[in-house]
Design a protein around this ligand. Structure first.
Ligand code: SF4
Ligand code: SF4
Length: 422
């Protein structure tokens, strides 16, 4: 195989080696090693493309796996290097030439090929996880059960019910939106999905949820399965085309960033290129949509009802979508008491399934975030991404910090409820 097909060589040439990204990179902060930095990884990718390093080298895959794909390096890069796209193509390349161990291969095949493509399998997986947590069986699984032991309880089936196909606007109808129900969101954060619908309909938008849709493919793309990601992108576009041209509201930062990039993902597919572009233009993060559409006369009086809040920027919202002000605007409009979390754009270590694949690295990255939260005077943490949500819940519990973790939609839903009750 031509080594230049294993990485995005052209994009890797954008790097001017300035090193400005090094201090923001969580893995470089952990090791101080150039090879664990964005610049170092780009060197490795180029070396593969230029035939100086074998793509089969174990140290090459190790550095690609070690990366959190947080894209913090993109935000500070003066040359506009698109590291997110580079790491996705490099991981896809390495999967073509390196064979993982039997267990990893099987887990990937089942996870990406079966579970994340079927609602029935997702539901069964969530039920099994809940059972393993409640019976203590997760503890018997040793290191394989550790993520289950440490994560928050998987909700009961009653909280994992599907959202209605259509929920009418409350009061005067101002328009309609389509909403991504999500794979993990429905199984683990049904309450956030319901709060999202409550807000959208509460501010006058009929909310449509395409039935039968399962997964947008973000986890596939981030983990080297670009073909799987393309298949799921086509399915996602088809499902949402049934909702006309309405904005597609997404309450999961990782999914939103990925869906906005469908045009890039399907750029070489002549049959889907234009459909992908049209679809991507409809996608909006929850805060992005709500900050623009909240009724101008709404003024929440939440105060510290949910505790003093601190907002942590999910990487795929701030670095992936350049959305920083909107969630803060929404929280301001709620009238919530809030403090800034220092270094809130630093990765929390969740990074999709990274926290399960590399729990020790993930915890080491989280340690700084826990210290920042402890020192900032907040009593509750607000996020906008399910992976970060789980990471914060598990991490704060592990550190002995008693604090709630909430999605922006949950805060706004509470503020709207309070305003209605006045
Ligand atoms: S994506 Fe994050 S972890 Fe990976 S190289 Fe960039 S800053 Fe480092
Ligand atoms: S900041 Fe950008 S150009 Fe500079 S070393 Fe990092 S990736 Fe390369």
């Amino acid at each position: 195989m031509n080594p230049q097909e294993l990485v995005d060589y052209t994009k890797s040439l954008d790097c001017i080696h300035c090193g400005l990204c090094l201090r923001t990179c969580p893995t470089y902060q952990l090791t101080g090693a150039e090879s664990s930095s964005p610049r170092g990884r780009i060197y490795l990718m180029r070396a593969v493309a230029e035939g100086e390093l074998a793509a089969t080298a174990p140290e090459y895959r190790e550095e690609l796996d070690f990366c959190l794909a947080c894209r913090h390096c993109e935000s500070v890069c003066p040359a506009g290097v698109r590291f997110g796209e580079l790491i996705e193509s490099a991981r896809s390349g390495v999967e073509k030439v390196q064979r993982r161990g039997f267990l990893a291969r099987t887990a990937r095949r089942i996870g990406f090929g079966t579970v994340l493509r079927s609602r029935a399998w997702l539901s069964l997986t969530a039920t099994s996880m809940r059972l393993a947590q409640r019976t203590g069986a997760a503890r018997l699984l040793g290191k394989f059960g550790r993520p289950l032991v440490e994560m928050s309880p998987v909700p009961p089936k009653s909280e994992r019910a599907p959202l209605p196909a259509t929920t009418p606007a409350v009061g005067t109808r101002r328009g309609e939106v389509a909403m991504l129900e999500g794979c993990a969101m429905r199984e683990l954060f049904g309450r956030v999905n319901r709060a999202t619908v409550e807000v959208l309909t509460g501010i006058g938008f009929e909310t449509k949820v395409p039935q039968g849709h399962v997964c947008c493919g973000a986890l596939h793309a981030h983990n080297g399965d670009l073909e799987g990601a393309r298949e799921l992108a086509r399915t996602t576009i088809e499902h949402f085309e049934t909702t006309g041209a309405a904005p597609v509201v997404v309450n999961s930062a990782g999914c939103g960033a990925h869906m906005k990039a469908y045009a890039h993902l399907l750029k070489d597919d002549a049959a889907w290129r234009e459909r992908a572009k049209a679809f991507a233009a409809r996608v909006q993060d929850f805060s992005e949509f709500v900050a623009a559409e909240m009724p101008p006369d709404f003024s929440g009086k939440l105060g510290d009802e949910l505790g003093i809040l601190a907002y942590d920027d999910p990487c795929h919202l701030c670095h992936g979508q350049q959305i920083r002000a909107q969630p803060r605007t929404v929280l301001e409009r709620c009238g919530a008491t809030r403090v800034e979390l220092p270094d809130s754009e630093a990765c929390c270590g969740s990074a999709g399934i990274y926290s399960m694949l590399r729990p020790d690295d993930s915890k080491a990255v989280f340690a700084k975030k826990a210290a920042a939260f402890r020192n900032c005077g907040a009593q509750a943490l607000v996020t906008a991404n399910p992976g970060c949500h789980m990471q914060w819940e598990a991490g704060l519990a592990r550190e002995g910090v008693k604090a709630r973790v909430l999605h922006v939609a949950e805060v706004l839903a509470a503020a709207l409820r309070k305003a209605r009750a006045r």
